[in-house]
Design a protein around this ligand. Structure first.
Ligand SMILES: C[C@@](CO)(OP(=O)(O)O)[C@H](O)COP(=O)(O)OP(=O)(O)OC[C@H]1O[C@@H](n2ccc(N)nc2=O)[C@H](O)[C@@H]1O
Ligand SMILES: Nc1ncnc2c1ncn2[C@@H]1O[C@H](COP(=O)(O)OP(=O)(O)O)[C@@H](O)[C@H]1O
Length: 289
């Protein structure tokens, strides 16, 4: 038996850090949404008691370090599953880019194995397990649009954001999330207005959404990699309605309503960046079937 599952990337429409916690993580408030840029995960049932993993990407580990492997191992141990699985990952989401590709692969593996191994778990139960793998995995289990609090695992669903294009540009660098959080100077943060961003989404107010994008990690990554700021400037010059770095970066995204401007930004950045995509946001949450 085989299952094919899509694992979509996320962007952070806003990302605020409230304080550093005793456990070393940061207390966050983030508005996250899934986009139509996805890895494909193929799960094949094995009768032997093993987890095998492969992907063609040279940037992704082919062993127990892979987050999809960790998802399978967690389910297998927690629910004493005696069957195995072969996990094949076809990467499209850029790696270490602030788009949660690894977290989404893990979340898709949790959703898929729930079915393949016939575990009967709810999305809430899968999201709780996901938090043991990484801070962004719980959100990725649900997908859609949400407010994420705690270290990222406390999820409140929101409606789909106003319709627009998302043009993503990834420079030729990868960023370590841990390093970016470590360098964040908590006393010098300009906090985004999360409440106003939620209001804009709830009222389907595109201009309000654009006005309230903000990411406190942006300054840290911009200082380390000036090319990220250059991409932002170019997107603005090409007519973006709003521009922001996603997560810890280095991917930058533009929100834009008009098709002609989307094309101008996309064509203007191609060749200048490692990878460029023009996609839509995915409004709806995942379901279990
Ligand atoms: C910044 C964000 C925004 O969505 O995403 P990415 O840029 O990674 O996509 C997330 O907060 C990243 O989530 P994720 O990548 O799952 O983080 P984890 O694996 O749990 O943690 C990696 C490291 O980041 C730091 N970390 C992460 C989350 C958090 N709330 N506080 C932290 O300080 C910790 O140092 C941790 O060791
Ligand atoms: N399935 C996976 N896909 C991508 N990266 C993975 C995966 N499993 C483990 N990783 C590791 O996780 C790190 C962060 O990957 P990723 O989730 O793409 O980035 P980000 O945390 O910036 O969203 C990478 O350096 C990679 O080695």
């Amino acid at each position: 038996m085989k299952l094919l599952i899509k694992a979509p990337a996320k962007i952070n429409l806003s990302l605020d850090v409230l304080h550093k916690r005793q456990d070393g993580y940061h207390e966050v408030e983030m508005i996250m949404t899934t986009i139509d840029l996805a890895d494909r995960i193929e799960l094949m049932l094995l009768d032997s008691d093993s987890i095998r993993i492969n992907s063609q990407s040279r940037f992704v580990p082919d062993d127990q370090r892979n987050l999809a492997y960790q998802a399978a191992k967690l389910l297998k141990e927690r629910y004493k599953v005696t069957k195995g699985v072969q996990i094949a990952i076809e990467k499209t989401i850029p790696v270490a880019a602030g788009l949660a590709g690894g977290s989404s692969d893990a979340a898709a593996t949790l959703r898929g194995l729930n079915k393949l191994w016939d575990l009967g778990l709810s999305l809430d139960e899968l999201a709780e397990l996901g938090a043991e793998i990484g801070s962004d995995v719980s959100f990725c289990v649900y997908g859609g649009t949400a407010l994420a609090k705690g270290r990222g695992e406390v999820i409140t669903q929101l409606p789909a954001p106003p319709t627009c294009w998302v043009v993503l540009a990834k420079p030729f660098i990868g960023v370590s999330t841990a390093d970016v959080y470590r360098r964040l100077e908590l006393d010098h943060i300009v906090h985004p207005n999360t409440a106003d961003m939620i209001k804009a989404i709830e009222e389907d107010d595109f201009n309000g959404m654009c006005k309230n994008v903000g990411n406190v990690l942006e300054d840290v990554t911009l200082k380390l990699y000036p090319e990220v700021a250059q991409i932002k400037d170019q997107m603005i010059r090409f007519g973006a309605d709003a521009v922001l770095m996603s997560g810890s970066g280095p991917t930058v995204f533009a929100l834009v309503q008009h098709d002609s401007r989307m094309h101008r930004i996309y064509n203007g950045l191609r060749g200048f960046c490692d990878q460029v995509f023009a996609v839509r946001m995915l409004g709806t949450r995942h379901t279990l079937d």
